[in-house]
Design a protein around this ligand. Structure first.
Ligand code: SAM
Length: 239
């Protein structure tokens, strides 16, 4: 079972209650959603947005954001097609609507059955802090027609003293993706306890030429920007 803010969380109802309690205490801010700070929150959304933009090559694509929170992804990325953001916390959904009046948001769990497939599903900062992380990823894969973009906390990156987030194992992750007919086509490794993955339902040969398939999880190399990033964002057990 995961723990968030020192509290065990075993169901979506408990998770909703926890967010509502924190919202009353902290207001709308990254820390309320378990991000270390604004910087860390924006880094994650920027990394996710960068991956979404790489999928944009052809026709407009519809986007389902699962766990949209109060709508912060919209500051970094605009969908090229229809967009729907869903979240289980009604206060977050109301705030998202207020901040982004042109976009569609609904109070809804991804596990509800009346959601149609979208070209792309995205889950920013979601899969390490939910009661059933593999179950939610599996559901998101089923809701995706073509691509999925999400970040995960890798077990071998998280300090052993920090036991409360869901710890993803790379092999289990790969087999879950493969089991739903997806293959990982890009891994963005920021040198942190989390990485951003893009997976595709189509065969690798059909993927845009701009993709550089990676096997396993590797650190980015190159021009020193990686070192700068690591300096800016030291390993942290937070989302
Ligand atoms: C850490 S917050 C991240 C919010 C937003 N993605 C961001 O980064 O600003 C995780 C969000 O996932 C939502 N969530 C958890 N389980 C969900 C589910 N089954 N369906 C939809 N949203 C869910 C939570 O309510 C919470 O708002």
């Amino acid at each position: 079972m995961i723990q968030l803010g020192g509290e065990p969380v075993s169901s979506d109802d408990e998770l909703r209650n926890l967010y509502q309690t924190r919202l009353a205490e902290l207001g709308f801010c990254p820390e309320m959603m378990f991000y270390r700070d604004k910087n860390q929150h924006e880094l994650k959304l920027l990394a996710i947005a960068e991956q979404l933009r790489l999928l944009q090559a052809g026709a407009p694509m519809s986007l389902l954001e699962i766990g949209c929170g109060y709508g912060e992804l919209a500051r970094f990325y605009t969908s090229t097609g229809d967009y729907l953001g869903i979240d289980i916390v009604p206060e977050f959904v109301s705030e998202a609507k207020e901040r982004n009046p042109g976009l569609s948001y609904m109070e809804k769990s991804a596990f509800e059955t009346d959601i149609s497939q979208f070209d792309v599903c995205v889950l920013p900062g979601v899969l390490s802090g939910v009661p059933d992380s593999p179950g939610l990823l599996k559901r998101a894969l089923q809701l995706s027609r073509r691509y999925i973009v999400f970040d995960v906390t890798l077990s071998n990156r998280l300090p052993s003293s920090f036991s409360s987030l869901f710890r993803w194992d790379s092999n289990e992750l790969a087999s879950l993706l493969n089991g739903e007919g997806f293959a990982s086509v890009r891994v963005l490794d920021m040198g942190r306890s989390w990485v951003v993955l893009t997976a595709s339902r189509v065969t690798l040969s059909a993927v845009s030429p701009s993709f550089r398939p990676c096997i396993g999880v590797r650190r980015a190399t190159g021009d020193g920007s990686e070192k700068r990033r690591r300096t800016l964002y030291r390993d942290s057990p937070h989302l």
